[in-house]
Design a binder for this molecule. Structure first.
Ligand SMILES: Nc1ncnc2c1ncn2[C@@H]1O[C@H](COP(=O)(O)OP(=O)(O)OP(=O)(O)O)[C@@H](O)[C@H]1O
Length: 347
């Protein structure tokens, strides 16, 4: 179902218009207080705008001028927050069966579908547990299953991984990627990887307004707004997987670590931190690293280091290194990064 959202909440200084095509995921990025949660709240019917409309697949959910405000439970939207809000006195299975039950499914059908959803998000064996007996990551998976079991037309996720250990985030991200495919969804996130891996498009909010929007890989690799640029501090090479490396259209090849390895020829992205990049004046022979001959395009002073830009790639080095290498704009150098420092994902 396609979403169209256009609203103003002047008391919060937020005025936003955005659309999400049916079956696609939009990532909503922006600094704290920029209006991301407000936008989700308006879509979910939890925040009443002073002006505007919300339509889902042509169905009017909010139309301030016409006095329409469909209540949250009747919108066919599912909102998933940072904390999994499960009923503490129900088992995981009963939590998930709650949605189908309340829309008229028989007890047996609701339980069967709940069990399928639990299995789909990777906790099929935990149905009998109460929320207090689940880890944070497990509980969030149950919450995802519960949200989807209600067959929502729109899934809204407010930083779904923010409250989880960094160690369990990749697995949940993969699960979300799987279950969100072909669904209409909006995900609020601070993590560029979420934007890249979960979302087709990105909208960047700043001070309550849209400042940038576009295809995820596009916005993150060529950010125009200051926020997107800061977010995209990560090096990002998009292309296709060829012979074990991500090959960009310009021929650049990046080896990295992938789990799972994307299929040969399929779209893929390699990401690595600027701090993982070493800068040399020439190629170091016999080193097992990725080595990219590049030209310095900008030297950007950061708090305690210098960010060396070379087109779309950047390396963070010490001030001493800049001096020792005699770095300056226009100088040809080599960026080197170990394959173990590079994460490769299918797109
Ligand atoms: N319940 C509320 N009542 C009044 N003002 C609010 C309320 N919630 C948020 N605001 C204000 O609305 C503006 C937008 O906040 P919002 O929570 O939508 O931003 P956000 O982008 O989601 O931020 P964060 O990343 O910190 O969650 C901020 O100025 C905030 O102070």
């Amino acid at each position: 179902m396609s979403l169209s959202l256009s609203f103003a909440v002047p008391s919060r200084g937020v005025e936003v218009a955005l659309t999400v095509e049916a079956g696609t995921t939009l990532a909503l990025l922006g600094p704290n207080g920029s209006g991301k949660s407000t936008a989700l709240g308006v879509a979910a019917g939890l925040v009443r705008p002073a002006a505007g409309t919300v339509t889902l697949d042509g169905r009017v959910l909010t139309d301030v001028a016409a006095g329409v405000q469909v209540p949250p439970h009747a919108r066919r939207t599912a909102l998933l927050g940072q904390e999994p809000l499960l009923f503490p006195h129900l088992s995981a299975l009963e939590n998930v069966a709650f949605g189908p039950r309340s829309t008229g499914a028989s007890r047996a059908d609701a339980r069967a579908s709940a069990q399928e959803w639990l299995a789909l998000v990777g906790v099929g064996d935990l149905g009998a547990r109460r929320p207090a007996q689940l880890s944070g990551g497990q509980a969030q998976r149950v919450a995802v299953a519960r949200a989807l079991a209600a067959s929502p037309g729109l899934v809204l996720l407010d930083e779904p991984m923010a409250a989880l250990d960094v160690a369990v985030q990749p697995a949940l991200r993969q699960t979300l990627r799987r279950v969100l495919a072909d669904r209409t969804a909006v995900v609020v996130t601070h993590d560029p990887l979420d934007a890249l891996l979960l979302a087709d498009r990105v909208v960047v909010l700043t001070d309550g307004a849209v400042v940038e929007e576009g295809a995820s890989a596009e916005v993150l690799s060529r950010p125009r707004s200051a926020f997107a640029a800061r977010l995209a501090g990560l090096n990002l090479v998009t292309g296709a997987l060829r012979e074990g490396a991500v090959e960009a259209p310009d021929g650049l090849r990046v080896h990295g670590v992938a789990d799972p390895l994307p299929a040969e020829g399929s779209p893929a992205v390699a990401t690595f931190r600027p701090a993982a990049v070493a800068v040399y004046r020439e190629i170091v022979e016999g080193s097992p690293r990725n080595a990219f001959p590049v030209t310095v395009t900008e030297l950007e002073p950061l708090a305690d280091r210098v960010r060396v830009h070379a087109g779309a790639l950047h390396a963070d080095v010490t001030v001493q290194a800049v001096a020792a290498l005699d770095l300056e704009v226009g100088l040809p150098v080599v960026f080197a990064v170990k394959a173990t420092e590079v994460a490769v994902y299918g797109l």
